[in-house]
Design a protein around this ligand. Sequence first.
Ligand SMILES: O=C(O)CCC(=O)C(=O)O
Length: 288
Amino acid sequence: MTDVQDFTFEAGAEAERLRRAFEAFGVVVVKNLMAKDRLAEQRAAVNRLLAIKLQRLGHSSISDDIDDNLNALVKFDQQHAMDIIRAIKDSPFFYAILADPKLHDLSKACLNCETLLSIHDIAQFRIDPPNHDERNFEWHQDFQYNVMSMNSATIWYPLKPVSEQMGPLVVVPGSHRTIVPVEMNFESHKPGSGLMHAVLRFKVDESEAERKAAVLCPVEEGDVVVFHSLMLHRSSANRSNRSRWTVNPRFGDAADPAFADRGWLAVRDRTQTAFADYFPQYVKVSGS
Ligand SMILES: O=C(O)CCC(=O)C(=O)O
């Protein structure tokens, strides 16, 4: 049984050690990588968007805390959380995260590569309010959603600590060596609804995945998780009384031969059938 400590490092760990752990487990946790003041700036940027939205709805008592303001906002309508996610992704601070040298160094070390690509469309920001399970992911791999280089890195870090009750990420260390076949059904999918996860159904032996699973918790302020695009992972339910805020960009290796040969085509808003187009042997199209 793999222990989370086997792939957990302090910031400043040598690239070679990170790479070896990433190769062995498909996941690495780096403690204290993001500076606390950078995280405070990111929360402040999120809070400005929450304040704008609340003011537009006539709500005048704005808090300094993103959770208070989000709670006030979703009382008007849960869908406002999606508007905030959309605006966050289009904010300069989010582009700065994609350009963060610390995340680049970590991704390059893990992927053992020199030239990264990061596609804005598939970088995510998640807000997971308590007891709101609609957007929770079952067991899946990220490659089928993103179709960047096969050995891409998904970065996952919280703006506030994630405790056991808050729905920590669950991973299967060492599961990153095979592509899991999927069933795709775009029939009732609405782009931009935040429900893209429901389009793919992964053929996973769930009891085996649960048996080998490691729960990444607690993840403290400043800690960063990076995992391989083929590593099996899932969400868990947030049963605390505050939201889980996670920053979730992805970095691929531009030198992956198949990725470069297809002109670095990946999944963007308008290319959601890319996995079926390039990997038809893993796909059964249903609902047509
Ligand atoms: O944060 C979560 O609950 C799931 C995130 C995830 O599955 C992903 O980043 O691919």
